[in-house]
Write a protein that binds this ligand. Structure first.
Ligand SMILES: N[C@@H](CCC[C@H](N)C(=O)O)C(=O)O
Length: 283
């Protein structure tokens, strides 16, 4: 679909500094921008500048709307945790009627429930983690096994990685001192390592306490970001699987904290955090 310059409305939002261009896409069944066009919009010098573009679409009967996301390299991702919190505020701004004080959103991770809290934060039921190698996907271990503290050679060093899929794929590496990790050297090497056929989001995490995890993020298709919501859920799950944290913890990202809980009864992750509007404009 093509648009005359200055005719496509957008609103920019951010969640802990993970920033997105949001577009009301209910006029069409497919995103109105291609991946390449989205990449151009995300360019921080020649475009609006963002980590990704998120489209609000009309949804199936049992959801209030749908979400699709392109990273700033133009690749499409299945899910976006910080972005879905931004989308909740965007939907309210558009006057979309929701469900029970929040919204049901159709995503690549299934239909997810989101609640807008009185203090402006958003609580998202992120669904269950997928843990088998075949579900990540990765070839690091046999398909039917979980990937917990698996050995992987990257950049000439041997690392221990735990993998979690939250609709999108994540690798979590626990380190003793986060400040010593060269994110710009090892992030890209993990992202495109041969063991990850769909690439991978990578999170280097330091355990401050069993209820406080500190993280650096290298995102698939976006590089270093200030926060990753799906990644924060993956870090909490990985920490529990490695006996390093409780099932509820603060995950501290460079852009700020997210409250993450892995519910033992439902096996679902709950993520709570902020989202703020930055400005609106026309592309
Ligand atoms: N930052 C997002 C994740 C965006 C997609 C990710 N880069 C991928 O390609 O899977 C989040 O907050 O989850």
């Amino acid at each position: 679909m093509t648009f005359a310059p200055g005719t496509l409305a957008f609103t920019k939002y951010e969640g802990l500094g993970n920033d997105f261009v949001l577009i009301d896409n209910r006029i069409a069944a497919e995103p109105v921008l291609s991946g390449d066009q989205a990449a151009a919009v995300c360019d921080r010098h020649f475009g609006v500048g963002a980590d990704g573009v998120i489209f609000l679409l009309s949804a199936a009967a049992d959801a209030d709307f749908g979400m699709r996301i392109y990273n700033n390299d133009g690749s499409e991702a299945q899910m976006c945790g910080n972005g879905i919190r931004c989308l909740a505020h965007f939907a309210r701004e558009l006057g979309i009627a929701g469900t029970g004080g929040g919204y049901r959103v159709e995503t690549g991770a299934g239909i997810l429930n989101i609640a807008l809290l009185a203090d402006g934060r958003v609580r998202v039921d992120m669904g269950p983690p997928r843990l088998l190698a075949d579900e990540i996907p990765t070839t690091l271990v046999p398909a039917e096994q979980k990937v917990v503290a698996a050995s992987i050679p990257v950049g000439g060093l041997d690392w221990r990685v735990t993998c979690v899929n939250m609709g999108n794929p994540h690798a979590v590496v626990f380190v003793d001192e986060l400040a010593t990790v060269d994110l710009h050297r090892f992030g890209p090497l993990f992202e495109r390592d041969r063991h990850f056929p769909e690439r991978i989001n990578t999170h280097f995490a330091e355990v401050i306490s069993p209820t406080h995890l500190r993280v650096k993020v290298w995102e698939r298709g976006a590089g270093p970001t200030l926060a990753c919501g799906t990644g924060a859920c993956a870090v909490l799950v990985a920490a529990v699987l490695n006996g390093l944290s409780h099932t509820e913890a603060t995950v501290e990202l460079p852009g700020g904290p997210l409250e993450i809980r892995w519910d033992g009864a439902t096996n679902r992750l709950l993520m709570t955090g902020p989202a703020h509007k930055v400005f609106s404009g026309l592309l």
